[in-house]
Design a protein around this ligand. Structure first.
Ligand SMILES: C[S@@+](CC[C@H](N)C(=O)[O-])C[C@H]1O[C@@H](n2cnc3c(N)ncnc32)[C@H](O)[C@@H]1O
Length: 341
């Protein structure tokens, strides 16, 4: 390597020049000096603590600020790196500093800050988990939730919060649709959340099998929808209410086809914006074609709602059930991003 020209060497030397010596301070009495140092120390400690708290809030926000337009690329990435970094069995969302902060007593005027931080943290947890579920396959999602089942309570709390302003709740539409089916039918609620369908319709004589990643309500069976603990042709209707979340969502539908009896019904509600490709074109026709290849005939489609569409399909009587004979080409769907609060 060539030696640097002298001018450059001088420049780099100057960079490390010690700061000019401070003018001498007037002497202080020993006691006063001690008090000043103690006060300085306290101030610095306070500043360090505030910085640490600020960093914790930032961590949560940064993690949920990831773009969700390329779900396949980031598959499993979100699930692998929860905010706060877990690994040790404690909640991945509550680093020690947060736990201490949240459980600490109210300080002077600290109540509103705490409430604000709680809301931000809750929103951050929800969005992180939402992203993790949309960018993982079903098996990965189940493994993640099995480690910390209480994550799903937090998820459902956040989900309810995010959708409470929607003009109609899709789960209520599913219930209304099921009420129009012959009474007493057997239903599989796939990705049931807090199992509202079972809670509403079981008392009316319906048999509802509720499945989700965790048992978030009484009667819910925890599993991955790609492998349902049901026999072939066991149900009359299968419902996916905003639950085609995994990157392998096609396997969920193929499993639904297996457990549906011939001429059984499939009801799907999904967020409209998920069904658009990178060029802005709708992938709904490709999705319907894939359903056709699986042996379903689409009977009704309602895209009038600004938030989600509803699709009703019927398993054709002649379709054999069981696993599809050939690979079905499911279009890639976008992750759904709920708004930041
Ligand atoms: C957006 S929530 C909707 C919950 C409920 N259907 C409703 O509308 O109130 C979607 C649900 O699907 C569940 N889910 C996602 N992937 C799943 C999988 N592979 N197996 C089982 N459940 C899954 C999630 O845990 C979540 O509870």
């Amino acid at each position: 390597m060539e030696a640097a020209p002298p001018a450059q060497r001088r420049k780099s030397k100057n960079k490390f020049k010690p700061a000019p010596a401070e003018p001498p301070k007037p002497a202080q009495p020993a006691q006063q000096l001690h008090r000043t140092h103690a006060a300085d120390g306290k101030l610095q400690k306070k500043r360090r603590k505030a910085k640490k708290q600020q960093r914790a809030v930032q961590d949560v926000d940064d993690t949920v600020g990831v773009q969700a337009d390329a779900p396949q690329q980031r598959q499993q990435q979100a699930a692998a790196a929860p905010p706060g970094g877990s690994g040790g069995g404690s909640s991945p969302f509550a680093p020690a500093s947060w736990q201490a902060l949240v459980s600490s007593k109210k300080g002077k005027g600290g109540g509103s800050l705490l409430a604000q931080m709680r809301a931000r943290l809750q929103g951050g947890r929800f969005r992180w988990l939402n992203e993790a579920l949309y960018t993982s396959d079903g098996a990965t999602a189940l493994a993640m939730v099995r480690k910390e089942p209480e994550l799903m309570d937090q998820y459902h709390e956040g989900f309810r919060e995010q959708t409470k302003g929607w003009p109609v709740q899709p789960v209520d539409q599913a219930i209304a649709w099921l009420r129009r089916r012959p009474p007493g039918i057997t239903v599989a609620d796939l990705g049931c959340g807090d199992a509202k369908i079972a809670a509403t319709l079981a008392p009316c004589g319906y048999t509802v099998h509720s499945f989700d990643l965790a048992e978030t309500a009484p009667g819910v069976v925890a599993c991955n929808m790609a492998a349902l603990p049901l026999g072939d042709a066991a149900v009359d209707a299968a419902v996916f209410c905003l639950s085609l979340m995994g990157t392998d969502y096609g396997l969920f539908l193929e499993e639904a086809a297996r457990v549906l009896r011939p001429a059984g019904w499939l009801w799907i509600a999904e967020v409209q914006s998920r069904f658009v490709d990178d060029g802005g074109r709708s992938v709904l026709p490709a999705f319907e074609a894939a359903l056709g290849a699986l042996g379903f005939a689409v009977r009704r489609k309602d895209t009038s709602n600004s938030h989600f569409f509803v699709l009703e399909a019927q398993r054709q009587a002649r379709s054999g059930g069981g696993k599809p004979k050939q690979r079905v080409a499911w279009p890639e769907l976008r992750a759904c991003q709920y708004k930041k609060r």
